[in-house]
Ligand binder design. Structure first.
Ligand code: MTE
Ligand code: MO
Length: 354
């Protein structure tokens, strides 16, 4: 029989709350300080299903938190009946699971989302389902959002913040694939990935996956910090008035071409085209064109594993010539990549057959 949530907390020896803000004492320093991006390798180099740690992009707004794992704790509070704090050994005793998911950065929150940035990879995360942790706290009926806080602080393009803070609607927070994660690809998180613990929200843009996680607070409204207000709200491309904003939450349908590589010269007339496609929901169709979209040929799309990216392939027989290849993915609700002008527009690769 499943243990009652509070019995599980007692069994773990989880403590009642520390004084407000004491969880932040686990941050020893911010080092290096300031904005940092590790750019991803170009699409042809992302040919493996699982992206290795050293091939996966990194995005850090204010600086990397250096965390003392011995002092680290996760506070769960707000609109709950049983607020509590867990140490790292206590977290590691909870039931864990692994989820394979694409990992995508939305791109700069300072620029309009008109260009493709290819900050993408696909990895396996291991952690405790967030739903499990939330259920131990017995959320009150008025709770609607989970606010998450990171131990980092500082400034990002002139905007000061005393913490990185994001929010998730409670129904998303309770989906079984959302994790309070401590491993990536079977290894403990590195400092830059958010060690010792980060949030992972498969299918949602990376910005929602708070690194150096230290606090989860249940609230009845959205969070009001810079990372949920000033940054990471965009004009909803589906709004006919072009004014309505929406949070940068679910990743849109997208794809990229891995083979042929840009400007490749192929002597074989049988050309194998390969790429990845991904979306918060499964990708059901990919088509390719060699004539700017006048005629499209279907590609074969692999089934998704958890929330992974999906390989697609097309075998073409081509006479000698110069080619411009484009690929377009469609997701299960019928969303398609736009042809131009948007961060997820179709990828184009030019190559030659001789
Ligand atoms: N605490 C904290 N979490 C954060 C960030 C950050 O700056 N601070 N950057 C976010 C952004 S924009 C992205 S895309 C992902 C990147 O995760 P990665 O660096 O492990 O690839 O982390 C997110 N989580
Ligand atoms: Mo990002």
């Amino acid at each position: 029989m499943a243990m009652q949530p509070s019995a599980e907390l007692d069994e773990l020896g989880a403590c009642t709350l520390p004084d407000t803000g004491r969880e932040r004492d686990a941050c020893l320093e911010i080092n290096p300080d300031g904005f940092f991006i590790r750019h991803p390798p170009s699409p042809p180099l992302l040919s493996e299903f699982i992206t290795a740690e050293d091939q996966l992009f990194q995005t850090i707004h204010m600086g990397a938190a250096v965390v003392d794992a011995g002092k680290w704790m996760l506070v769960v509070d707000g609109l709950v009946r049983r607020p509590f704090a867990l140490s790292l050994p206590q977290l590691l005793r909870l039931p864990r699971k692994s989820v394979t998911a694409f990992h995508e950065c939305y791109g700069s929150p300072l620029k309009p989302p008109t260009e493709a940035v290819w900050r993408i990879g696909n990895v396996t995360w291991t952690g405790v389902p967030l739903a499990h942790i939330l259920s131990m706290a017995c959320p009150l009926p008025e709770a609607r959002y989970v606010w998450s806080e990171g131990l980092d602080r500082g400034s990002f393009f002139g905007v000061e913040a005393d913490r990185y803070q994001k929010d998730l609607p409670l129904d998303t927070a309770n989906s079984p694939e959302v994790l309070v994660a401590f491993e990536m690809n079977g290894e403990p998180l590195t400092k830059e990935r958010g060690a010792p613990v980060r949030l992972v929200v498969p299918g949602w843009f990376g910005t929602n996956m708070t690194k150096w996680l230290c606090r989860l607070t249940l609230e009845d409204r959205r969070a009001a910090g810079p990372y949920t207000t000033t940054f990471y709200n965009e004009i909803d491309p589906a709004d006919p008035s072009g004014k309505r904003k929406r949070p940068v939450w679910k990743a849109e349908v997208n794809s990229m071409i891995v083979r042929p590589t840009p400007d490749e010269v192929l002597s074989d007339h049988d050309v194998g085209v390969r790429g990845w496609a991904w979306c918060h929901e499964p990708v059901v169709e990919v088509q390719v064109t060699l004539d700017q979209g006048i005629t499209w040929l279907p590609a074969e799309v692999e089934t998704r594993v958890d929330v992974s990216w999906q390989m697609w392939r097309a075998e073409l027989h081509l006479p000698a010539g110069s080619y411009t290849l484009m690929a377009q993915a469609k997701s299960s609700s019928g969303a398609e990549q736009p042809l131009t002008g948007r961060r997820n527009h179709v990828h184009t690769v030019q190559f030659q057959v001789i």
